[in-house]
Design a protein around this ligand. Structure first.
Ligand code: CU
Length: 476
């Protein structure tokens, strides 16, 4: 028994040693700088050019603080406080040994004093003390970057939580000597949680809500400052065969991110943004005030979905982004659906047959029977998403009660139940952009459930018959 213990200990110690040996600490305080240059600053999702093999330099950073109104979601306005005019703030790219001369300017139109705490700084408050700056002023301070890695910066002016919650955070990268290994594409993605007086989706200018912030109950959890910052025309792009690197940060102020890309596996993760590299990772934790660098090669075309895998945040609060990968299929890596047949637990000697004859549903003769049967189908099938009284859920499931979309076109409604629906729909003036799966119901079941929906909740009282469903089903 004792021997086994010693053996385990010895091997653990050995593995530990091996990893430590691979990491060589550089005494960056001894690195001499050669010349000076202005730092390139970029707005998300872009990052400045890699440092490559340039020597350490005096790097001049000009950062302007701007308080300005922006859009958190469709029709939802918010006054952001920003480093450089964006949330997250401008990306700063340095190399180990650089001497950064930091100029922090507070625009004269701003209302409040601010400062900056850079986690890459060795010194009191990460620079916060020396950088406190009133509106219409500029302060300068310098620091030498001693540690490589990806670091968060943020405002640290009281109330600190409020300055961060309003968007005052960003990332500063310190590359090692010679730079990070090159990749084909690099992007900047930073999560943040937001607290508004109104509930999620409530339109108009929304002030910051301190009570919700203290309770840590955000209305929005988003990438790059707003919902939709990385979807639609803003989606990130890549081509099959390319290597992608994401510089991922989390400004918080409160939540920890379970960072994940649906449809990919991270080949390399700089854990917590530091020098330890893990491989073959599905989800990496990014703490509030922390970061990670993730690399992966894209092998097949399609849309990869960037999420916080605390998944209600993604589907109900906004933390969703896309990487659209174009190029040729590779069926050995991913086949797509190869077959979809009826599953018979007892083994199938009977032919496989889609459930569409209506044989298993009772034949409703009168309208009253149709509605009664439709009600029970609704309770089994539709209720989970569209809710018991058809009111739906904001931003997730559209209402069926008094739905202008439903009442406008019965054949379209039949088609949605039969074939499912994706893409944007506007119901009673509210946009939805989600996925309804196709329902496997018989013609009569579809007729009955839709007749029930049409007959209740202030809808048009249209009767849908199996013949109408059959006609839509046989269209193409
Ligand atoms: Cu501030």
């Amino acid at each position: 028994m004792k021997k086994i213990f010693i053996l385990i200990f010895a091997s653990v110690a050995f593995i530990g040693c091996k990893q430590n040996d691979e990491y060589k600490k550089v005494d960056a305080s001894q690195i001499k700088v050669e010349g000076s240059m202005n730092a390139e600053l970029t707005a998300p999702p872009f990052v400045p050019k890699p440092v490559g093999d340039r020597p350490a330099k005096k790097l001049i950073v000009n950062m302007e603080i701007i308080e300005k109104e922006g859009e958190m979601a469709d029709g939802v306005k918010y006054v952001y406080w920003t480093f450089g005019g964006t949330v997250p703030g401008s990306f700063i790219r340095t190399r180990i040994g650089d001497e950064v001369e930091f100029h922090l300017k507070n625009h004269p139109d701003n209302k409040l004093p601010h400062n900056i705490d850079l986690h890459a700084v060795t010194g009191p408050g990460g620079g916060a003390k020396s950088s406190f700056v009133a509106p219409g002023h500029e302060v300068t301070f310098s620091f030498k970057v001693l540690n490589q890695g990806l670091y968060v910066y943020h405002c640290a002016t009281a109330p600190v939580g409020m300055h961060i919650a309003n968007g005052m955070y960003g990332l500063i990268l310190v590359e090692p000597e010679g730079g990070l290994p090159p990749v084909d594409k690099e992007y900047y993605v930073m999560q943040g949680d937001f607290y508004t007086k109104g509930a999620n989706g409530e339109k108009g200018l929304q002030p910051f809500d301190m009570v919700k912030a203290v309770k840590e109950e955000p209305d929005y959890v988003v990438f790059n400052g707003k919902t939709g910052s990385l979807t639609g025309d803003n989606a990130l792009t890549a081509k099959v065969g390319e290597t992608i690197r994401l510089f991922v940060g989390n400004g918080g102020p409160n939540l920890v991110s379970s960072f994940h890309v649906i449809g990919e596996i991270f080949d390399n993760v700089h854990v917590e943004g530091g020098s330890l590299v893990n491989h073959d990772v599905q989800t990496t934790l990014v703490p509030a005030g922390g970061a990670a660098i993730v690399d992966f090669k894209v092998d097949v075309p399609g849309s990869l979905v960037i999420v916080d895998h605390s998944i209600f945040r993604t589907f109900n609060k906004g933390s969703l982004g896309l990487i659209n990968v174009s190029g040729d299929e590779n069926k050995t890596i991913y086949s797509g659906t190869q077959s979809d047949e009826v599953y018979h637990p007892e083994g199938s000697t009977i032919q496989t047959m889609p459930n569409e004859t209506g044989a298993k549903a009772p034949k409703a003769v009168t309208l009253v029977e149709r509605i009664a049967d439709g009600k029970s189908i609704y309770a089994k099938t539709c209720f989970a998403c569209h809710q018991a009284t058809g009111e739906g859920l904001p931003n997730a499931f559209p209402p069926l009660a008094k739905s202008d979309y439903l009442n406008a076109d019965v054949n379209r409604a039949i088609e949605i139940v039969l074939k499912g629906k994706t893409g944007e729909v506007v119901v009673n003036g509210k946009k939805f952009n989600s996925v309804m799966t196709a329902q496997t119901l018989s013609d009569e079941e579809v007729a009955n459930v839709l007749t029930y929906v049409y007959s209740t909740w202030g809808n048009s009282k249209k009767e849908v018959t199996p013949a109408m469903v059959k006609a839509v089903r046989s269209k193409k």
